[in-house]
Design a protein around this ligand. Sequence first.
Ligand code: APR
Length: 308
Amino acid sequence: MNARKKIALIGAGQIGGTLALLAGLRGLGDVVLYDVVEGMPQGKALDLTHLAPVFGCDFKITGTNNIADIRGADVCIVTSGIPRKPGMSRDDLVKTNADIIRKVADGIKSHAPNAFVIVITNPLDVMTYLMQKETGFPTARVVGMAGVLDTARYQAHLAEELNVSVSSVSAFVLGGHGDDMVPVRSYTTCNGIPVEKLIPAEKLDAIEKRVRGSGGEVVALLKTGSAFYSPAASAITMAEAYLFDRRKVVAAAAACNGEYGVKGIYLGVPVILGANGVERIVEIELSSSEKALLQKSAQGVQSIISIL
Ligand code: APR
């Protein structure tokens, strides 16, 4: 009997390696780290095998270049892709990553047909959409990570401003994972107290602007690569919600079927994540300006889908 869950990490780069570490430390199950680069997933897996006894973690981790090794995975977290290179257009990036996602989707469909799939590769909402189309999995079993991360960034900067625990701040950032994401101020509270009552509007504007540009802020500082700790942590919390049936309410890229006036695409919306994956999309009343911003964000996602 194998009672341990199996977590397949597709892409063993910066985020993939961090996912492996967190999955092991948090006891999600056994981990398979897959990448096309020879030796790299095996090297990271061996390093993590040596870490396990230090913390007394009993997880088995395997590095591989053979997609068939993800066989029977319960959860697949996908980070495979390439970053935008100098001189590369957005359209070229979309097409290149789309080809990678198509290949990976084929592997997941063949070898892990019952998996819950979390997509991290950018452009997030579009790659999640493509993953669902290519695998043909039920939409409840294919989800994109970004809302959890965008929300965490909002929470972090609000907590910093209020000088309170991050766990006292409850927030939502909806929409696509890009500059036009929508921090939903009207539902953002400090332990139930609307943040609008605690932070002046201009300061909230500045925090929200910073949150929209957070990904770029990290890239500019790192110079090579993009954020990896927080995206990995965000995906791990989503995997836990599924594996342990937490029924957690989070913002995530989900397939909209008329909710929020959006149909046929993936977009960041509030969802309940549990043992059935996306148990349901939660519809909340938005202010008219929030509604307009969400529509604009949906149009942005739609325009990238049209590149495919
Ligand atoms: N199959 C598997 N892995 C692949 C494939 C493929 N067909 N093509 C590329 N990869 C691997 C690369 O070899 C690399 O190791 O995907 C990995 C991506 O890792 P990084 O370049 O380190 O990128 P990372 O920082 O992990 O981000 C991954 O998440 O947030 C997004 O924009 C980010 O799209 C990027 C993704």
